[in-house]
Structure formats: structure tokens, C-alpha cells
Design a protein around this ligand. Structure first.
Ligand code: OXD
Ligand code: MN
Length: 597
């Protein structure tokens, strides 16, 4: 292995701080995998599942106080606070290193420190970035093995003087009071301590591939986005690719693995999954935007995953998968709420307590077996719809960028923006709303620009500006759309069935990219005419399509005012072109009172 001096020095320095018993370099081999699994089973960190029903699968339970990303303990440690912006927590690099060092100091005594060379993106691809994660968690090692490409080929690609992201992770005592997830973009470094939960501890994912990568991307002329990548093969065998960014709980993984509905199957469509969470996008020599999924696996939410919502995810997570915080059956199977099949007769819940189906707590409430954010970590290559282009070092060309949100009333099922700048505006104003369950009243709206609110590694106003600039650099830019699968009727019932049926919307999106697809112009963009989507085999209630495609001008006027309130956080830094888009939208709405209802 070529000696990388910088790497060796850094590992020695971190080992001196954390004081592990030994440093173990991971080579990525099968033999090493089995050794790590054996050690984790012996220590109780993992439980092996029934090899007949879940071959190669393991179960892990995190500390009950450590079950999700902890945004309030996540910081961007840029030199100035202005650089991090109003939507990020900020610590100075000095304070960040000092506070985390106090927790890391001597924290690995009695444990091994594993050194994981990993590549985000295919090893050697011009899109890819190398990181090295140091960790005292075997669970993290085994998850990183699924989620990224690790080991000797990566170390060889790094070479004697290659640059890498320095990722230090330690469990310490897993106490939320002694937990920090710190990003040092100017040093290309991430320090995460006190959490064993995936989003905080698998540093290649959100920390490197979004927060650090978005910072690097701005300097290097590309985009790091919270987007799925999907290929749609038409009946003639032509595959076109789209990316889509949705806030949490809007079904990104489900869309990424969509199965065509029966009505459209006759046309011969196939859907290919390239990625379900992150896209790195670059301008290709053909002037188009090309995308790579930097990850090699899925870290999917288990509850709600079933054969209706996502049969491909179920099939993917049947072998070589790590399940975290789901219900562990006494028969060494796993189960989760709104999943598949009957629960085991008895088991242990996500908090490690005995569990039986139908259990109620002291207040008569149902006791769930799986935490709502319980996860499966599974290799992308096992997905039945995995695209043959997943490992293509050049990525795939993108025809459409889709932003999406959960809006009960406002946003139509789909609309096409008028041009790049208008598309950036639609992305910058993405919001998802909570529903008051009983009466379907519109709840609180949380703005989540481009679904990047917790993941943008720098000032979000600069991020909008950068998106606008990117549009000028792409000779043949993708078209930008907005979708909303969650519109409801007056009784609070969903108007659109979602899941596989969403392909009907994607078919229209791709038609629009080719200059076809029927649409009418509205103040917010191009909306399909009522007969534009192929609804063969789909029974919608009378009038549903009109409601799904309606543009309520008065409601949109109020929405634009709310955009203004959100943007006021960025005063002094917001691009005049964003303000211009806001003014243009307001003008179009003012000019056509009631139109589109
Ligand atoms: C995720 C998230 O886990 O977006 O992917 O929170
Ligand atoms: Mn995500």
C-alpha cells in the first residue's frame, strides 16, 4: 500500500488523542467482514438473524437516547458565522476542536480504533471523493462497508499524496450531553462524538456527501444535492434520468424504487434505481448535467416499508442487511409497524424490552415494536431495480430536476417551471406541512429549500446564488419541475394514490422535456391539462383530477408573502435574482385573479 504521509500523521495524532488499544486498518475483504461480524456478535453489538429467512443479516439496537440525527448538536465550524449562515448552528473552529477534544480525549481506551478508507462514488471516478473514517464502532465499520466503497482499492486510489476528508468518529459514552457533530469545511474534516446513530456516525453520508461536499462543490463548480436518481426506460428501450429532492417523510426511497402500475405496464416501462438519497451533479462535455450517486447502499426507514409501498426495498433487505431499532422476534426475525406479514408471537422492542403484539401502555396506548426512525442498511446492488449504470464513473445524464413537498392544498400534483431561475425559486421555497389528523386542517409549514435545510454546509443565501450561477454554466440544463403527491380533498382524503402511480406524472415530465405533453400556462408554471396524464387503469373519484391540478390564486398570493418572510432571514445576502423571481410570481398572480381554479 502506498504510504500517504499526511494520512499516517493524522491517524497517529488522532490515536494519541483517543488512546485506543490499537489501530486496525480495514482492507474491505470478505474475510475481514466475517471477522468483524463475529467480534460484534460476541460483544453483543450485533445479533445474527435466522440464517434461513434472513441470510447474512444482523440486528443492532442503539442507545434509546440516540435514535435520530441530532440537528441541534450539528455545527458548521467555518471561520466566520456569516459563512455558515442563519440556518446552520455555528461554532468557531477553535471552539469546536476544543470542545470535542475534551470528549474524545482517552475515550477509546480498551477499544480498537478502526481506520476505514472509503470512496464516495465509484473508485477512481472524476466525481468521487475519498474519506478516511476513524471509529471505535464495529457497527459503523459494517454499515460503512454497505453504504460506501471501502478498503485497499480506495487506499491505492488515494496514493502517496492524495487528499481526503478526515473523519473522526467515537462513541464516547453516548450521552446526548456529550455529543457533537462538527464540520470543519476549511480543513476538510468532520468530528462526530457521542452518537452511534447512522446519520450522525456514518460520516460518508450526510456529513461528507452533503455538508462538506456542498462546500467543496461551490468551490469546484458542481452540485452536491439531497436527491434521488432514477432512470425511466420507455417502451423503445430509451432510458432517461431524473433527480428529485423531497424533504423527509415524502417518500424519496419509494419513488427511487418505483414499480410501474398495471395500467402503464402494457406500455413496457421499466424503472431503474441509481440512488435514493444523494446526487452529485457535474456539467458534462456534452453540455448536459450528469449525476452520480456517491453511495453504494440504502439506509432506509423501515416502518411503512411493505409490499404495497416498496416491494423492491423489501426484496433488497432480505439478505446481507443490518437492521437497526426495529422489533427483534424471539425467532430471530425482524418486524416493524406497517410492514409485511404478522408480527412474531413475542420479541424485544427497540428499547430492549419484552414485546408482544397488541401490547398497551399504562394509558392504553399501543406500544410499538420498532422505533418510527428504525432503519435497514442494505447494498444497492441487491435492489431488483438497481440500474446497470450505478457504477458508471461518468454517471447518468439528467433530463429533469424535480422538487417535491407535502402540501394538503396549495401545490398542484405537478407543474413545470418556466426556466432555470424560476426552477431555482421553486426549489428555494420548498415547504412541507404537517396535517392536523382529525379534520385535515393545514398545519405548520416548514420551509426546507431544495430539501437541504439540515444539510447545506454554508450560507443558504449563497447556495441559492450558486444554483442560479450553475444555470448559466450548463449549456443544456435539465427542466425543473415541482410535484406534490399529498394534496387532499375537503374531507382530508388524499386525492392521488401515489406510489407506483407516480410514474404517470413522470411520464408527463419526460414528455415536457422532449417538448411534448399537454399543458396550460398558469401564474406558477405549466400545469398538465386535465387529459394530459395517461390514467389508464386508474379509477380516480369524479373531479379529483381538476382538484389535483387547480391553482388557487388567492392561496398562492398568501404563499408568496410567506416566501418573503422566509427570505427576510437572509436580508443583505439574498440574490436580486431570487427577489426578481418573487416579484415576477407576485405580478403574474396579480394579473390573473381567479384564473386556474
Ligand atoms: C435521511 C434523512 O436519513 O434525510 O436520509 O434524514
Ligand atoms: Mn436523506
Amino acid at each position: 500500500m502506498p504510504d500517504n504521509l499526511k494520512l499516517n500523521e493524522w491517524v497517529a495524532e488522532m490515536a494519541a488523542l483517543c488512546a485506543p488499544d490499537r489501530v486496525v486498518w480495514l482492507d474491505g475483504s470478505e474475510e475481514e467482514k466475517r471477522r468483524l461480524e463475529g467480534a460484534a456478535v460476541a460483544s453483543g453489538e450485533l445479533t445474527a438473524l435466522d440464517p434461513a429467512r434472513f441470510p447474512g443479516c444482523f440486528y443492532h439496537r442503539t442507545d434509546p437516547r440516540d435514535v435520530a440525527r441530532t440537528e441541534h448538536l450539528t455545527f458548521i465550524c467555518s471561520r466566520t458565522q456569516a459563512e455558515a449562515g442563519p440556518t446552520n448552528n455555528w461554532l468557531s473552529p477553535e471552539d469546536g476542536y476544543r470542545r470535542a477534544s475534551e470528549i474524545f480525549k482517552g475515550s477509546m481506551k480498551g477499544r480498537a480504533m478502526y481506520a476505514i478508507p472509503f470512496s464516495m462514488g465509484p473508485v477512481g471516478s472524476p466525481f468521487s471523493k475519498i474519506g478516511v473514517q476513524l471509529t471505535d464502532s464495529i457497527y459503523v465499520c459494517l454499515n460503512m462497508r454497505i453504504m460506501t466503497r471501502i478498503g485497499d482499492p480506495v487506499r491505492a486510489a488515494l496514493g502517496p499524496d492524495g487528499d481526503f476528508t478526515k473523519c473522526l468518529h467515537g462513541k464516547a459514552d453516548l450521552s446526548p450531553e456529550r455529543r457533537l457533530i462538527l464540520h470543519f469545511p476549511e480543513d476538510n474534516a468532520i468530528w462526530s462524538v457521542g452518537s452511534g446513530y447512522g446519520g450522525n456516525a456514518l460520516l460518508g453520508k450526510k456529513c461528507l456527501s452533503l455538508r462538506i461536499a456542498s462546500w467543496q462543490a461551490r468551490r469546484e463548480g458542481w452540485l452536491a444535492e439531497h436527491m434521488l436518481i432514477l432512470g425511466i426506460e420507455d417502451p423503445a428501450g430509451k432510458v432517461e434520468y431524473v433527480t428529485a429532492a423531497f424533504p423527509s417523510a415524502c417518500g424519496k426511497t419509494n419513488l427511487a424504487m418505483l414499480i410501474p402500475p398495471d395500467g402503464l405496464k402494457r406500455k413496457g416501462y421499466k424503472v431503474w434505481t441509481v440512488g435514493d438519497d444523494i446526487a452529485w451533479l457535474r456539467v458534462g462535455s456534452d453540455g448536459r448535467l450528469w449525476a452520480v450517486n456517491p453511495e453504494a447502499g440504502f439506509f432506509g426507514v423501515a416502518p411503512g416499508t411493505n409490499s404495497r409501498s416498496n416491494p423492491n426495498a423489501l426484496a433488497t433487505a432480505r439478505r446481507n442487511t443490518i437492521f437497526t431499532n426495529v422489533l427483534l422476534g424471539d425467532d430471530k426475525t425482524v418486524w416493524w409497524e406497517d410492514g409485511e406479514g404478522a408480527p412474531p408471537a413475542s420479541g424485544t422492542d427497540w428499547q430492549g424490552r419484552p414485546w408482544k403484539p397488541g401490547m398497551k401502555d399504562a394509558d392504553g396506548r399501543r406500544v410499538v415494536g420498532a422505533h418510527p426512525n428504525s432503519r435497514f442498511t442494505a447494498p444497492l446492488a441487491q435492489c431488483p431495480s438497481a440500474s446497470p449504470r450505478c457504477d458508471d464513473p461518468q454517471g447518468v445524464p439528467i433530463s429533469a430536476v424535480i422538487f417535491g413537498s407535502r402540501r394538503a392544498r396549495l401545490a398542484p400534483l405537478v407543474y413545470q417551471t418556466f426556466d432555470w431561475d424560476h426552477g431555482v425559486y421553486a426549489g428555494a421555497t420548498v415547504a412541507s406541512e404537517r396535517m392536523a389528523a382529525a379534520d385535515g386542517k393545514v398545519g405548520e409549514v416548514r420551509r426546507d429549500p431544495m430539501a437541504m435545510l439540515p444539510f447545506c454546509g454554508y450560507n443558504m443565501a449563497d447556495y441559492f446564488t450558486y444554483w442560479l450561477q450553475m444555470g448559466r454554466r450548463i449549456p443544456s440544463p435539465p427542466k425543473i419541475f415541482h410535484v406534490n403527491w399529498f394534496r387532499r380533498d375537503e374531507q382530508g382524503r388524499f386525492l392521488w394514490p401515489g406510489y407506483g402511480e407516480n410514474l404517470r406524472v413522470l411520464e408527463w415530465v419526460l414528455a415536457r422535456c422532449r417538448g411534448a405533453g399537454k399543458a396550460r400556462q398558469t401564474p406558477i408554471g405549466w400545469v398538465p391539462t386535465a387529459d394530459a396524464l395517461d390514467l389508464t387503469g386508474l379509477e380516480l373519484p369524479a373531479g379529483a383530477m381538476d382538484k389535483l391540478l387547480a391553482v388557487d390564486v388567492e392561496a398562492w398570493k398568501a404563499e408568496v408573502e410567506d416566501h418573503g418572510r422566509f427570505f427576510s432571514r437572509f436580508e443583505g445576502r439574498l440574490s436580486p435574482d431570487i427577489k426578481r423571481q418573487q416579484a415576477l410570481l407576485a405580478e403574474r398572480l396579480a394579473a390573473c385573479v381567479g384564473v386556474g381554479k
